[in-house]
Write a protein that binds this ligand. Structure first.
Ligand SMILES: Cc1cc2nc3c(=O)[nH]c(=O)nc-3n(C[C@H](O)[C@H](O)[C@H](O)COP(=O)(O)OP(=O)(O)OC[C@H]3O[C@@H](n4cnc5c(N)ncnc54)[C@H](O)[C@@H]3O)c2cc1C
Length: 388
């Protein structure tokens, strides 16, 4: 059987693409190697733009998700620290929310399923052929671990950082992608493991050359993590243990370390090939300064789904790339410039330089992180998904 669309991966990118396509009446098959709810290593921090997208597309407010126990915390304050103490802290006009990723992702997937997408979990994709656009005899194909081969007019790769779909694109620069893949380590601890209560997100800088650490509230737990680019053969496990030490946490209460790669400065200018489109981490769509990926997964998933629906049989790649160029790629490019400026200034002048930068305009910078302002000169940001 040939499907209109196969989506590989049922995380936020896949669920949003699946929802948009099912609503447009396409036959959509969504595949995932795991079953849902599945664990996902993530800080779960949601910005203002994420809340707006979830509300606009899924019809769920942060209050709805809080009532359902999916959003566990909200905070309208932040702290940025280095080993010398607090560099910046303050109140925010718009709160950050924190989601339990296992439950958040399962909830989004339920929406796609209710709209008519067919979900097939415990189905690992082992190989793909992106197919040939415009050639009816050459559909996209995916091969599952049990040998089943499935065909579709369009394939959406929403299969995360180590995407099998991306790796099937012949022209992809795998070495560049690997270079910008940041190792991330995160553990969940009991709040009592920390010397002080954690009621707002803490960012810790100066630990590594191109990255940062975090301590986030997460319901009954606290999440402690680090992520950064590989520079000078840094050993991330021992760096994480140093971070635990610096936070004055007893190493005996730390569970076995878990890690997952984060595409950190990897966004592909053209995430398409043949009949296939990449969305979310698979296309490297993560904001390269703070590592925000949930919003970019939702937004690129939405735009990929809408592009395929609108193309109705014609090539969807130009429509998708057009949306990415309008809304996503400029943001990621400007945030990449800003991060190197900040990382280099911290190398030259120490973490205090970051404090000076943040304190020069904390509310406008907070609006930039939330997506009310652009990373490009802090101009007011207009998101297409809010204007549709
Ligand atoms: C430690 C850590 C902390 C983070 N904290 C934050 C944060 O606080 N806020 C934020 O915005 N972002 C954060 N991120 C980034 C965020 O988690 C990702 O950007 C986001 O999950 C991307 O969504 P996605 O749908 O593209 O991919 P994923 O959420 O990774 O989903 C991909 C899906 O594809 C499936 N899959 C993979 N391979 C196959 C295969 N071969 N066959 C079938 N299925 C497959 C997987 O099972 C998975 O369900 C963090 C990342 C890390 C690693």
């Amino acid at each position: 059987m040939r499907h209109d669309v196969i989506i590989c991966g049922c995380g936020p990118a896949g669920a949003t693409a699946g929802l948009a396509l099912a609503r447009s009446g396409r036959s959509v098959l969504m595949l995932d190697k795991t079953d849902f709810p599945r664990p996902k290593l993530c800080g779960g921090l949601l910005t203002w733009k994420t809340a707006r997208l979830v509300e606009t597309v899924f019809g769920e407010t942060m209050a709805d998700l809080t009532a359902a126990g999916i959003v566990t915390n909200a905070s309208d304050r932040f702290v940025i620290r280095s080993s010398r103490g607090v560099l910046a802290q303050g109140a925010l006009l718009h709160p950050f929310h924190f989601a339990d990723r296992a439950r958040f992702d399962a909830r989004l997937l339920e929406h796609a399923q209710r709209a008519g997408a067919q979900i097939k979990t415990k189905s690992r994709v082992t190989a793909c052929d992106p197919g040939k656009a415009g050639d009816d005899t050459h559909p996209a194909r995916v091969t599952l671990a049990d040998g089943t081969v499935l065909e579709a007019d369009t394939l959406i790769g929403a299969d995360g950082a180590n995407s099998v779909v991306r790796n099937s694109f012949p022209g992809i620069d795998k070495a560049r992608f690997a270079r910008n893949m940041a190792p991330a380590i995160e553990v969940a601890l009991a709040p009592s493991a920390l010397p002080e209560p954690v009621d707002c997100p803490q960012l810790h800088v100066g630990l590594l050359e191109a990255g940062y650490g975090w301590v986030f509230p997460a319901g009954e737990s606290v999440l402690v993590g680090i992520c950064g680019l590989r520079r000078n053969n840094v050993n991330f496990s021992s760096l994480f243990r140093d971070f635990i030490d610096y936070l004055k946490i007893d190493p005996a209460v730390v569970p076995p370390l878990r890690g997952h790669p984060l595409p950190y400065g990897n966004a592909l200018d053209d995430p398409t090939c043949g009949r296939a489109l990449l969305a979310g981490d698979a296309g490297g769509f993560v904001e390269p300064l703070f590592g925000e990926g949930i919003f970019y997964a939702l937004c690129t998933g939405l735009y990929a789904g809408q592009a395929v629906a609108e193309a109705s049989g014609r090539a969807s790649s130009p429509l998708y790339i057009d949306r990415l160029r309008r809304d996503i790629l400029p943001e990621l490019r400007w945030s990449d410039r800003l991060r190197w400026l900040l990382f280099r200034s911290m190398q030259l002048a120490g973490p205090r330089s970051l404090g000076l930068f943040v304190n020069s305009g904390p509310s406008r910078l907070a609006e930039m992180v939330h997506g009310l302002r652009s990373f490009a000169w802090l101009r007011r940001k207009r998101w297409s998904f809010l204007e549709q």
